[in-house]
Write a protein that binds this ligand. Structure first.
Ligand code: ZN
Ligand code: ZN
Length: 376
């Protein structure tokens, strides 16, 4: 079938919104008509070339839509079901999926190759039939997508997909990083570095977990103001000066440092943001690295002597250590109960045709948390 999609032919060049050909779903796959997709900061890392991906490619990995058709053997969803798409494929049968770590799935680990699990692609250029690479096996910057059954999670008929698309990546990554990966006790202190979509979700997780002080750190005043709305108790305007930022965080925590810190930015300056987090935690504290760092960063400035002598822990946390099949429906319940706020995370809605302007806004960084592309 023919559909419109935003195709990236080269990093840093505007994407081209054009008509492409989409294959029908094969066995174990689902055709989804997209309702909404967020523009996640991680898309920007691939758009900017900070993290390489094969081109041409249709980016987009934070989507929700309605099932239009299913391939042979699909049993968990049927035509007409509303679904959230999980950005990281998890097959359900490899040793990591079976061991309770679906975010380490062997099939998911192959998704950067730009293909579906069987090694082939579903989208082609109409001009010459050549393949267009897949992204995260869901490629949501398109009117339709063919996804593996294990990447779609059914939600109920009332679900507001233009909000729930955030559960496909940003919210689940941030919220899960504090509610799955670490164990905040009521009264603990938490520093959240970066107050975009992932950061605000982490702040919500820390607030629900009973943290006494939630210190938001960002380079933009506007994002710090928003962070307070989502539960941050203190705000530190970062100037990228590790020593100055850490001094402020320590002052807020009575000179101790916080129990936990989370690096929620990634990108080309992750060495600085991680250093702030590491030095901001107390003796025995834990730093979680959540942001997707640029491949140009080969090492972090963390001195091993202090790490041992001060018993500090630094851990990588991918996709909020989510068990997506259980966590995404659970987060939807929290949303329905009014305990988490997705509505105010969406700062702007737009059409697919406006995607390049949307990316420019993400690059500027101070205007938007999440822009959501809506499809008619
Ligand atoms: Zn994302
Ligand atoms: Zn697996």
């Amino acid at each position: 079938m023919k559909m419109k999609a935003a195709v990236m032919y080269e990093p840093r060049k505007p994407m081209v919104v054009e008509v492409v050909e989409l294959d029908p779903p094969k066995a174990g796959e689902v055709l989804v008509k997209m309702s909404a997709t967020g523009i996640c900061h991680s898309d920007l890392h691939f758009f900017a070339g900070d993290v390489p991906t094969p081109v041409p490619v249709i980016l987009g990995h934070e989507g929700a839509g309605v099932v239009q058709d299913v391939g042979a053997g699909v049993s968990s969803v049927k035509k007409g079901d509303k679904v959230v798409l999980s950005f990281f494929p998890s097959c359900g049968v490899c040793r990591f999926c079976l061991g309770g770590q679906p975010m380490l799935c062997d099939v998911g680990s192959a998704s950067p190759l730009g293909t579906m699990p069987d090694g082939t692609r579903r989208v082609h250029r109409v001009q010459d039939g050549s393949d267009i690479n897949n992204f995260s096996m869901i490629s949501t910057f398109a009117e339709y997508t063919v996804a593996p059954e294990f990447s779609v999670i059914k939600v109920d008929a009332q679900a507001p997909l233009e909000k729930l698309c955030l559960l496909g990546c940003g919210f689940t990554t941030g919220f899960g990083s504090v509610t799955n990966a670490i164990h905040i006790r009521p009264g603990d202190t938490v520093t959240c570095i970066g107050c975009g979509g992932v950061g605000l979700s982490a702040i919500q997780g820390a607030a629900l977990s009973g943290a006494s002080k939630i210190i938001a750190v960002d380079v933009h005043e506007s994002k710090l103001a928003l962070a307070k709305k989502f539960g941050a108790t203190h705000a530190v305007l970062s100037r990228g000066d590790v020593r100055a930022d850490v001094k402020e965080i320590r002052a807020i925590t009575d000179g101790l440092g916080s129990d936990y810190a989370l690096e929620l930015v990634g990108g080309a300056h992750m060495d600085t943001t991680a250093a702030i987090g590491y030095r901001a935690i107390r003796k025995g504290g834990t730093l979680c690295l959540v942001g997707i760092g640029a491949t140009s960063i080969k090492a972090l400035p963390i001195d091993p002597l202090s790490m041992v002598m001060l018993n500090k822990t630094v851990k990588g946390v991918f996709y909020g250590q989510a068990q997506v099949k259980g966590d995404i429906p659970r987060y939807y319940e929290l949303y329905k109960a009014g305990k988490i706020n997705l509505d105010d995370m969406v700062s702007k809605e737009m059409r697919l045709e406006d995607i390049n302007a949307g990316f420019e806004a993400v690059i500027r960084g101070d205007e938007v948390v999440r822009q959501v592309i809506r499809f008619s």
